[in-house]
Each structure stands twice: as structure tokens, then as C-alpha cells.
Design a protein around this ligand. Structure first.
Ligand SMILES: CC(C)(COP(=O)(O)OP(=O)(O)OC[C@H]1O[C@@H](n2cnc3c(N)ncnc32)[C@H](O)[C@@H]1OP(=O)(O)O)[C@@H](O)C(=O)NCCC(=O)NCCS
Length: 152
């Protein structure tokens, strides 16, 4: 298994794999139909291309047997003057889960963050996504704020 930073060209070459990774992830995280998920994937993939091209995104890939099996997309932001790395997406393809790819992606992001002098990584996760929440807790993430909604 290999973790590497993905270039614009890598993203274009691996479009099918990235669409599939996003599809699996968004289906688990959003209560939406196939069409809505497909539109979201297209939009996010375009954003990712744009942000990798302008250098604002950190995009990591996990490759196994020469195939892209996992992706992590993050960017640096400031909150109340504090620099943070925000994870927009992390996804590992279903057959490769529970074999350390997700952990390796997080480790690599921690290394990049330290090199930039940033000491905080944050993300949003869907309340029903118990697997991922457990994964984050086991990595040492803590809950900082809760996003609440009211159906009216
Ligand atoms: C969250 C996610 C990225 C984790 O990726 P992963 O590759 O399965 O992560 P790892 O294999 O490193 O770790 C997962 C678990 O497998 C365990 N594991 C790691 N290597 C293992 C091995 N060789 N054998 C058995 N278990 C192993 C880890 O201890 C970990 O357990 P934990 O979650 O209880 O801490 C993945 O589940 C995923 O893609 N989910 C869908 C997308 C999603 O919802 N993303 C989050 C959006 S916020």
C-alpha cells in the first residue's frame, strides 16, 4: 500500500475510482436519492480539480495493487485566528476497509499539517455514521461543536 499526494493529472486519470469512492461515502452520509448523490459527486469532483489546480487543496491517495483505493481531501482554513486543516472528504473503497488505509491517510495528513506548522485537524461527520465516528474517536478526535437541525 502506498500513500501519495494526488496531482491534477492523477485526479483526471482516476476519475472513475474517485466517483466510486465519493458515491460510497456520500450514500453513507447523506439521506439523498441516486440523482442527488450523482449531482453532488460531479460538483465535488469539479471543486476538487479546481482546488488542486490552484494549490489550496491537500489531496492524498491510498493505492493498493496499483489501484486508487482511498482518498483524503483537506484544506487549510482559519477559525478565530487559529490555523486548522479541515478534512472535506475521506473515503476508502469497501473491499479495502479495515486494513489500515484510512489510518495511513490520517497519519500522512498529520505529518503534512505538522510540516506546515498547523496543530489542529477538524472535520464534520454525520451522526448516523457510527463506523466513522468510532474511527475518529479511536484516532483521538473529540467533539468540539454539534451541528443541530430542526425540521419544520
Ligand atoms: C472511515 C473510513 C475512511 C476508515 O477507513 P479504513 O481504511 O477502513 O480505516 P482503517 O482500516 O485504518 O481503520 C478502520 C478500523 O479497522 C481496524 N484495522 C486496521 N487495520 C486492520 C487490520 N489489518 N485488521 C483488522 N482491523 C484493522 C482499525 O483498528 C480501525 O478500527 P476502529 O475504526 O475501531 O478504530 C472508511 O470506513 C470509509 O471510507 N467510510 C465511508 C466513507 C465515510 O463515511 N467517510 C467519513 C466521512 S466524515
Amino acid at each position: 500500500m502506498k500513500i501519495c499526494e494526488l496531482t491534477y493529472e492523477d485526479l483526471v486519470q482516476n476519475r472513475t475510482e474517485i466517483y466510486q469512492l465519493f458515491r460510497e461515502s456520500y450514500s453513507e452520509n447523506f439521506d439523498a436519492n441516486d440523482l442527488e448523490i450523482t449531482l453532488l459527486i460531479k460538483q465535488r469532483y469539479q471543486n476538487l480539480l479546481e482546488f488542486v489546480r490552484d494549490g489550496s487543496a491537500i489531496c492524498l491517495g491510498a493505492c493498493a495493487n496499483g489501484k486508487l483505493c482511498g482518498i483524503l481531501w483537506a484544506y487549510e482554513r482559519k477559525l478565530m485566528g487559529e490555523r486548522r486543516i479541515h478534512i472535506t472528504d475521506i473515503a476508502v473503497c469497501k473491499p479495502c476497509r479495515k486494513s489500515g488505509l484510512g489510518s495511513s491517510l490520517i497519519e500522512k495528513l498529520k505529518q503534512i499539517s505538522r510540516e506546515r506548522g498547523v496543530s489542529l485537524i477538524d472535520l464534520l461527520v454525520t451522526q448516523t455514521n457510527k463506523n466513522s465516528i468510532e474511527f475518529y474517536f479511536n484516532k483521538g478526535f473529540i467533539t468540539e461543536r454539534l451541528q443541530m437541525v430542526l425540521k419544520i
